[in-house]
Ligand binder design. Structure first.
Ligand code: HEM
Length: 564
């Protein structure tokens, strides 16, 4: 083989090819075994070497000696052998027309340039290799494969098509992520590229055109508003300062169960119904969102009207609260004995000119939607599992009652010692995450994830429902076994991707410490002060209802007996 001076030696070209083929194999996620099944890495490299020799001989000897037509014929032959070799690694070789300019380049410049072009084409080919997809139907894409509980449908589909699966909702590409390592790739390695959220009609209408944090697009407004959450509403110091309110509310809750007279007032009930409707509307898949020319269906089936009604109803409630609170507002929060989220937000509103009333209302909705509703879901499922597993309930009651002794109130120090309680809550979050699909993200640029191309604009749904039940990660994944967390360092703070009920990366949940403080205190009180049994003694329906948060489809009906 003739190598021109300055173009490198045989071995450096070979090295480059080795490197390339390994890199290529990596990009396509070919493990050595999958390469072996294509004839083995060594076989590929030696074939590349033969090819290189043939091509370089042609390019070195032919130019000027052979007519251009003959040269192109020879090179086409060589191309055919390349395709055979490439097809062993890459399912579809580049079509011949793409190769013709390369023939042109070889005849004009030489082998090195050709290598660069082939490398470029392969790289592009790698980026364009799309994740596997189930079969689509015209217009709907894969929408016909989804029913009321998409997380359950995705789990079934991903078992067939893999942990990175590309669906189409109408014409919108939707990447469903169902494994721990794929979630890590997206939420850690590429989290900036997936930091946006989709902009859906219901979010815009209910959340003041994206003035909240949860669904707001990634950008300056998000940065500023999330800063309010992290620094002013949910800092460790603030979570500590909410302790008296937490304890008071827990005591009230316990009192209501004790008296069995826990009926909310009509006004409260109305707001509660609106909140439930909000979470349902925010999680609904509206057809017009994905197939624009079918938007009229949302008008006819009443979806648009429902969203308008919910938005107006919530705005009315929020305006009443804000007016009442502003009327009683004190100059500084220091002057108040008990401070809650609304007080803090109104302080921001009155002192920070860049924050307007809509932002405050949208953020209050985040606190209630992302905060309160999620905790209610965790509480409901945790009690459900404890009722279905009397041994676990007994073990938890023994732990909690043992630690508090004859004391009336449970303190944060007591909670710190309750390891089984923490394991019970983790196990409940693993099996029944309030957001089974976390919250949707959007790719802001073309990205390559685990060898697959993900185009800008693709909506990404990470199914923690699937990850939490992955048999590769969990023994007997469908069983409720809090013990699995007793001697384990796995936590839900967004570092261990096998347990991400709060998401992770830059769009991760800022409310972990706050919600854990509330949930742990509530569960500890409920099991310490009451014995529980199912109201009708029957086996429980374990299905979730529709909506962005996974409530029980049938509300839990349990009977509490006060412990003497
Ligand atoms: C058990 C309780 C909770 C669960 C399971 C939960 C779960 C989640 C999840 C899965 C996300 C999306 C994360 C991602 O995209 O990576 C999220 C985001 C968020 N959560 Fe929570 N959350 C809970 C409690 C709270 C609380 C108490 C608050 C506030 C009071 C809160 C405020 C937020 C906000 C503002 C975001 C949006 C963050 C962003 O987009 O940058 N959450 N939460």
């Amino acid at each position: 083989m003739k190598v021109h001076e300055g173009e490198g030696s045989d071995s450096s070209i070979l090295d480059a090819q080795m490197e390339y083929s390994c890199d290529y194999a990596k990009n396509f996620d070919c493990s050595s075994s999958s390469l072996d099944s294509y004839g083995g890495a060594e076989a590929s490299v030696s074939s590349f070497c033969d090819l290189q020799m043939r091509l370089s001989e042609i390019s070195a000897t032919s130019v000027g000696k052979t007519s251009e037509y003959m040269l192109q014929e020879e090179i086409k032959d060589a191309y055919a052998s390349t395709c055979t070799i490439i097809s062993k690694i890459q399912p579809t070789p580049p079509p011949l027309p793409i190769f013709l300019p390369i023939i042109e380049v070889i005849s004009r410049f030489g082998f090195k340039e050709m290598c660069m072009i082939v490398w470029f084409i392969w790289k592009r080919g790698g980026r364009k290799k799309l994740p596997p997809s189930p079969r689509e139907v015209p217009v709907l894409g894969n929408l016909h494969q989804l029913r009321l509980l998409p997380h359950r449908d995705f789990l079934v589909l991903s078992k067939k098509h893999g942990p990175l699966m590309l669906l189409h909702f109408g014409r919108v590409p939707v990447l469903v992520v169902s494994s721990e390592d794929a979630a890590r790739a997206i939420m850690k390695n590429h989290d900036l590229s997936f930091a946006d959220r989709p902009r859906y009609k219901a979010h815009k209408k209910i959340l003041y055109n994206g003035k909240d944090v949860v669904f707001t697009p990634y950008g300056e407004y998000w940065r500023q508003a999330k800063g309010h959450f992290i620094l002013k509403l949910l800092s460790n110091k603030r979570v500590q300062s909410f302790r008296p309110i937490r304890e008071e509310e827990t005591a009230l809750f316990v009192h209501k169960i004790r008296e069995s007279s826990g009926r909310p007032s009509d006004k409260g009930k109305e707001s509660l119904v609106l909140m439930m409707e909000m979470t349902e509307a925010l999680g609904a898949i509206s057809i017009g969102e994905f197939i624009p020319w079918l938007r009229w269906i949302d008008r006819i089936n009443g979806f648009d009207k429902k969203v308008d009604r919910i938005a107006a109803g919530l705005d009315g409630v929020l305006e009443t609260v804000i007016r009442e609170r502003l009327g009683n507002q004190v100059e500084s929060l220091e002057d108040k004995t008990e401070v809650d989220f609304v007080d803090i937000l109104l302080q921001i509103y009155t002192h920070d000119v860049s924050t307007n009333r809509d932002s405050i209302k949208a953020i209050i909705l985040d606190v209630f939607g992302a905060g309160t509703d999620t905790s209610a879901v965790v509480l409901e499922w945790t009690l459900t599992e404890l009722l279905r597993h009397p041994k676990a309930m007994r073990k938890l009651q023994e732990e909690v009652r043992g630690i508090i002794g004859h004391k009336k109130d449970i303190t944060d120090d007591d909670i710190d010692k309750m390891h089984y309680l923490k394991a019970v809550i983790k196990e409940s979050l693993r099996l029944h995450p309030p957001f089974p699909l976390l919250l949707p993200m959007v790719a802001t640029r073309d990205v390559k994830v685990k060898g697959y191309g993900v185009a800008a604009g693709t909506v990404v749904m990470v199914s923690f429902w699937a990850i939490g039940r992955d048999p590769e990660l969990w023994d007997e994944p469908d069983k409720f076994m809090p013990e699995r967390f007793l001697n384990s360092s796995i936590d839900f703070k967004g570092v261990d991707f096998e347990l991400i009920p709060f998401g992770g990366g830059r769009r991760g949940c800022p409310g972990i410490a706050y919600s854990m403080a509330v949930i742990e205190l509530l569960v500890a009180n409920l099991v310490a002060k009451f014995d529980w049994k199912l109201a009708d003694g029957k086996d429980l329906n374990m299905n979730e209802g529709p909506g962005i948060t996974a409530h029980r489809v049938v509300p839990l009906h349990a009977v509490a007996t006060v412990v003497a």
